[in-house]
Design a protein around this ligand. Structure first.
Ligand SMILES: [Zn+2]
Length: 121
């Protein structure tokens, strides 16, 4: 099982690799998307990332986390699957209340913002 710290390091490595591929001198912001995580988990990911980013291009970068949509399945009509930002959702096909699919806690790097005017070329 991967620890949260290793997970955070993997995400940071991904961000740094992307910054390097753009020849960036500094990362202004890191954007993450999460599925099924709590605010507590997000806060701890943030702390770990800040710790790990010291002396890297990502030091002092803004960490922006947004929640991905919830996933639902409708058992009333052919098990249609769809996504919604709501806690409860009705099936777009038949209007029946759909069941939420439990998701594993997932953090993914969405994109990075490179500090302008500091590209090393
Ligand atoms: Zn349906």
């Amino acid at each position: 099982m991967i620890s949260e710290r290793e997970r955070a390091r993997a995400l940071l490595d991904q961000a740094l690799a992307e910054a390097h591929s753009h020849g960036a001198g500094r990362i202004a912001a890191l954007h993450f998307v999460t599925y099924g995580s709590s605010q507590e988990t997000e806060a701890s990911l943030r702390r770990t990332l800040q710790e790990l980013s010291v002396n890297t291009l990502a030091e002092g970068a803004q960490i922006i986390v947004r929640s991905g949509p919830n996933r639902f399945i409708c058992w009333n009509c052919c098990a249609l699957r769809f996504e919604s930002d709501e806690e409860e959702a009705t099936c777009p096909n038949c209007g029946h209340i759909a069941a939420r699919i439990p998701t594993d806690i997932t953090f993914a790097l969405d994109h990075i913002e490179i500090a302008e005017g500091e590209a090393s070329g």
